[in-house]
Each structure stands twice: as C-alpha cells, then as structure tokens.
Design a protein around this ligand. Structure first.
Ligand code: SIN
Length: 494
C-alpha cells in the first residue's frame, strides 16, 4: 500500500504511517473526486511539509454511505469484540508512539516531549474505553403495572460525524473516536487541514488493527471546509455530530444541524480563570500556571486565560512566574531541549499581539516578552503582563503564550470576575484553605475545576463545558453514554 507514496519528509521507523494519497474511505486511502491540493505547513519553520488532495461534498456523501453500510454489522459486534479491537489500536498506537509523535511535531509544531505525551494521552482513550465498554450495563426498573418488566438497552446512535481541531492532532480525534466505536457507531471524520497527517496515520493504525472497512472514514479539505461541514450537519444518515472548535463555528453547525435534529456534542471555546489566593502554596501556583497557561504554547481550550492574583501574594507570584517564563527554551519542536514551540499560523501570532497591544494601551505593563520573534516560523515570545485592567482578554480567548495578571482583593470579587464571561469550560484556583476549596469549586461556572493543579485532563474523567463552552462530555463513563441511545423495553403479560 505504501509503495506509491511520496517519501516522508521526516525520519520514521514505519513509513506506512506517512499517508500521502488523500483521505480514507471504506478502508482505502483515496484522493477522492476533487481537483486541487492544499499545503500543510510546518509552523516551526514556515515551510511546506506536504500537499494533500482537496476532497469534496460528493466524497463526504460517499464516506457517509459506506459508514451506513458498515454500521449494519459493526453495531452487532459484541462489546467484547469491540474491546479487543480497541485494545489492539491502543497497542499499535503505543508501538508506533515515536513516529506518531514525530508527525505531530512536524505539522503542529509542539515540542517532541509534549507530542510524546499526547500520544500516550490519546492512546489511553482506546484502552480506557476497551475496559469501560464491557461494563455497559443496562437497568431493570421497578414497574408500576403488575406483570410488566421494564428494562433498558444502551444502543449505538448510528453513523456519526466528528470534526476536530489542530491543537491535539491525535488526542482530539481519539477522545471522540474511542468512545464512538466502543458504543458501536461508525464514524466520518473531517480532519483539520493544518494537521491531517496525524489523522491519516491514525486511520492506518485502525486499518492495521483490523477495524472493518467503512467503520472509520476520513475526509480532507481546506477550501471546502464550510461545505463539507454543512453536509455533515445536514445529511440525514448522520445521527450525531461531535465538534471541538470555536464557539462561533459551533453556533453555525448547531443551526445547520437543526433541520435533522441531530444529537450534538460540542466542546467549544474557553476563557479559563486561574485564581491564586493569598493562602496558596506559591511554588505550586507558579508551577500550575506554567503547566496550565503555557502548555502547547497556550493553544489549548483549557489554558488559563485570565490569571487573577490576590493582593497579598501578587508581587511574589509575578516575580516567580516571570523567572519561570524566562527559563523557557522556545524553538522548533523537533530540536533538542525545546520546551515551547511555535503557534499554528501567522493569524494566531497576530491575535496575541492584538491582545498585548490592547491590554498595554489600557494600562498593563509588560513583565516579560510582548512581541513576535523575528525567526522563521510562527513564534511569539512567552509573555507575562502585570496590572492588567479591563481589556479584550476579559472576554476573548487568546490561544497563545500570554499570561495576563489581574489583581483582586476578596474571594467574592475573584468569583464574580471569574464568572463574568459567556463561556465556562475550565477554571483553576490555588489555596490551602479546605473550606475555600469547597466554596470556590461550587461557585465557579465551568465544567471542570482544577484545585492546586494546572492539569486536569485524563481519559477517565468527564471533559466538557457549560454556558457557551458547549455541552456533552468526553472521556469517562459519561463520554460513553454520549454515544449511545437508551431504549426502554417494557415486557408485558408476565
Ligand atoms: C483542548 O484544548 O480542547 C483539549 C485539551 C486537553 O485535552 O487537555
């Protein structure tokens, strides 16, 4: 299969993971029916990594049709059969971990250590759901009516669409896909045009693991993203759409999906508050801020976006955070010793600059960083701003390496400011006071709270937001339920 392919531009132990033909439909890599190609750029140097075929709405319809055909037998496989395949996918992902990490770094730019971490994290969804799906218990429900036995069946939803972003090229797919397949659904993935090679490598892994033809399909496009997205929303054969991306796009997809009343699961933008109280452990808080704010150079939906720091600890926290940020090694993710990589493209760099300029115009001080880096690729200096006043960051996710420090005086003020946003994905706070832990955890209007930690994601816990950060949960037992229908079977005449 790999013989007609262009050679990988990076060194891989298993070159079959560098797929160049195009998307993946009905178990085969295909160029589809489109005419052009789109370029994939290495954000670490701004150079073209490779080109892939533009696919079309017609290709998407074909993928959906094959997913519908495959569903007929896939939904009838037992939980144990699906668990065995998921476990095999996990094993293959881990056997090929180094290659998969290299592919992530080449197209996303993140440092290799982070890419390796993503492969373990992404793979863990397959092993976790392999374990969970064989505990897919139903219910027997007491009946009001004599002679009737009420039971529930948990069944797959059907053909499902998945649309994922570029910031975790592997894990954002696996978090949805593992649960979807475990539940017995078939899937059409629209892969992000910035990081398609990781999605295609995953398709190859699934092929090698013996996932039947048509169960998983991948369509690719850059130019036709809106048209293919619309098809996935409007096609009546699809019964669920799971999307991770911006709140703006989520609203468009939701309105397009309303005509067929699809089940939706949306993980949208965040604007996470990161609160440091006077009674916090300073070192833990600084380490938490580094992990939470600067992970993937600030390009995660759960990154702290606003760092609210109480008056009594503010100066020490600012000083230590600036020292920690000055120690970062920024550069191409594939180079040795790099701790922080580039942003995904120029528009992302410009957005960070806009947020810095706006905050500074309104009184903030640059404590470190504050400008684009004059090197090839899309780099912005890791930045800390002090004494930030009301500004655009209050309501907009920066999605870049910018830590704005806001001063506050009381717990009530911190909570009010933390919740003063339309979105609510993650929130973090640092305190050594146990009563405050309970009060603030309950008061934050978010789907996930990190207390004295800046890292919250794991396969076994529910990931998702409230307010305009979306709905539905990924990971955990709740994540499996999101890919299932519950059917009542009332058996009478007993
Ligand atoms: C995201 O940015 O949406 C995912 C981050 C994570 O899984 O921790």
């Amino acid at each position: 299969m790999a013989s007609t392919r262009a050679a990988p531009p990076i060194k891989l132990n298993n070159p079959s993971l560098w797929v160049t033909e195009g998307g993946f439909i009905n178990g085969k890599f295909t160029k589809g029916t489109g005419t052009g190609t789109f370029d994939v750029i290495n954000p670490g140097n701004g150079k073209v990594l490779g080109s892939l075929p533009e696919m079309t709405v017609a290709d998407t319809k074909e993928a959906i049709q094959h997913a519908a055909t495959a569903l007929k037998s896939w939904r009838k496989t037992s939980e144990y059969e699906r668990a065995a395949i998921l476990q095999k996918i996990f094993q293959l992902q881990m056997d090929n971990a180094e290659d998969l990490a290299q592919i992530i770094t080449a197209e996303n730019g993140k440092p290799l250590a982070d890419a390796r971490g993503e492969i373990s994290y992404g793979g863990s969804y397959f092993s976790w759901y392999a374990g969970e799906v064989v505990r897919n218990y139903g219910d027997v429900i007491p009946s009001l009516v004599k002679g009737v036995q009420n039971t529930t069946l948990k069944q797959p939803i059907g053909v499902c669409a998945i649309i994922t972003p570029w910031n975790f090229p592997n894990a954002m797919v696996t978090r949805k896909l593992a649960a979807a397949l475990a539940a017995g659904n078939t899937v059409v993935l629209k892969a992000p045009s910035e990081t398609p090679y990781s999605a295609l490598a995953l398709a190859e892994i699934l092929r090698q693991a013996g996932v039947p033809e048509g169960v998983f399909n991948v369509v690719l496009t850059e130019n036709d993203t809106p048209a293919i997205g619309k098809e996935l929303c409007e096609n009546p054969t699809i019964h669920k759409l799971s999307f991770t991306g911006s709140t703006r796009v989520g609203k468009i997809l939701m309105s397009q999906a309303s005509g067929t009343l699809k089940k939706l699961s949306f993980e949208l933008g965040g604007n996470a508050p990161f609160i440091v109280f006077d009674d916090a452990d300073l070192d833990k808080a600084v380490a938490g801020a580094v992990a939470c704010k600067f992970r993937s150079s600030g390009q995660t939906c759960v990154c702290g976006n606003r760092l609210l720091v109480q008056d009594g600890i503010y100066d020490q926290f600012a000083k230590k955070l600036v020292e920690a940020v000055k120690a970062f090694k920024v550069g191409q993710g594939a180079h040795d010793g790099i701790t922080h990589g580039p942003l995904i493209h120029q528009a992302a760099v410009n957005k960070v600059q806009d947020h810095v300029d706006d905050a500074v115009a309104k009184g903030a001080k640059v404590l470190v960083g504050g400008k684009k880096m004059s090197v090839d690729g899309y780099f912005y200096e890791p930045t800390v701003l002090g004494d930030v006043q009301e500004c655009a960051i209050d309501q907009e996710e920066t999605f870049g390496p910018l830590a704005p420090l806001y001063r506050f005086k009381t717990e009530e003020e911190a909570i009010e400011r933390a919740n003063d946003t339309e979105v609510g994905l993650a929130g973090y706070f640092f305190t050594e006071n146990i009563a405050r832990v309970h009060r603030v955890s309950a008061a934050l209007e978010v789907g996930m709270v990190g207390v004295n930690t800046g890292l919250i994601s794991q396969a076994g816990v529910p990931f998702g937001g409230v307010k305009e950060s979306g709905f539905g949960r990924e990971g955990s037992k709740y994540g499996l339920q999101d890919w299932q229908q519950i059917k009542l079977v009332a058996l009478g005449g007993l």
